[in-house]
Design a protein around this ligand. Structure first.
Ligand SMILES: NC(=O)c1ccc[n+]([C@@H]2O[C@H](COP(=O)([O-])OP(=O)(O)OC[C@H]3O[C@@H](n4cnc5c(N)ncnc54)[C@H](OP(=O)(O)O)[C@@H]3O)[C@@H](O)[C@H]2O)c1
Length: 236
């Protein structure tokens, strides 16, 4: 039996990844910062709700303590993320507080949750971490003219996702007993950016979640220290 925690899973890619993993037999802890929306999503797909705000150390510690008490953890999917904030003149907000908020959720949140989860993961026979990244966090894709990421300006969001890429590389080197991979889910219709249901353009979240679920369900011989998308490995 595989037990999996997914952060930011009350909607979007996180929820669809949770649905797919429940479908292949994982016991899924659906992490959400809002209790009401998290409980509703968990009930809908047959997961267990756990309150978890990735920017709040106490919330992260309480969530992992509960998961440990209920039997431990094999797989962590660091999915919670926020888009760039809108600036007063349109475009991306490039002030300190806005940048700190984006980095706090997208990058520091991964360190908080991963560090709290590692003692549990180290007890698993097949410990796996998936970091939901973005092509905007790939130096290769942002320099490759054929890739949309090379044409989409995202100073704060893109650099926060580049931090997610390097967190994946560094954790994979530092913690050899756990497999760490980054995923580019593809451009997906979600609420990323806060404009309402499917306000972010793209393909359905249920389609993009397949590559996230695939990396969450790798066996003991699966990859580590890679960046993956639908078609296979993506350049860093
Ligand atoms: N959509 C795309 O095209 C795309 C492309 C590449 C990568 N991604 C990445 O995919 C991941 C999921 O995004 P999405 O597109 O599914 O957007 P979404 O529908 O907005 O989902 C984001 C999730 O993260 C949660 N979240 C935000 N801040 C949090 C916090 N402090 N603690 C816990 N949860 C928090 C949100 O919870 P609330 O409901 O409470 O806000 C929500 O459940 C993100 O990491 C995003 O950067 C998305």
């Amino acid at each position: 039996m595989t037990t999996t925690l997914i952060t930011g899973a009350n909607k979007g890619l996180g929820k669809e990844t949770a649905r797919l993993l429940v479908g292949v037999g994982h016991t899924v802890w659906l992490g959400a910062r809002d209790e009401e929306r998290g409980r509703a999503a968990a009930a809908e797909i047959g997961a267990h709700f756990v309150q978890l705000d990735v920017t709040d150390d106490a919330s992260v510690a309480a969530a992992l303590a509960r998961i440990e008490a209920e039997g431990g953890l094999d797989v962590l999917v660091n999915n919670a993320g926020v888009a760039m904030r809108a600036g007063a003149a349109g475009g991306e907000a490039l002030d300190g507080p806005s940048a700190l908020a984006v980095f706090d959720t997208n990058a520091v949140g991964i360190i908080r949750v991963t560090e709290a989860a590692l003692p549990l993961l180290r007890k698993s026979d097949n410990p796996v971490v998936v970091n939901v990244c973005s092509a905007l966090g790939s130096f290769w894709a942002t320099h490759e003219p054929s890739r949309p990421a090379s044409r989409f300006p995202a100073i704060v969001y893109g650099s926060s996702k580049a931090a997610v890429s390097m967190l994946t590389v560094q954790y994979a080197k530092a913690v050899r007993e756990v497999k760490f991979n980054a995923v580019e889910p593809g451009i997906t219709a979600t609420e990323l950016g806060g404009g309402g249901i499917e306000s972010h353009p793209g393909r359905p979240a249920a389609v993009s979640a397949e590559v996230v679920a695939r990396l969450a369900d790798i066996g003991p011989d699966g990859p580590t220290g890679t960046f993956q998308e639908d078609a296979g490995e993506l350049g860093w």
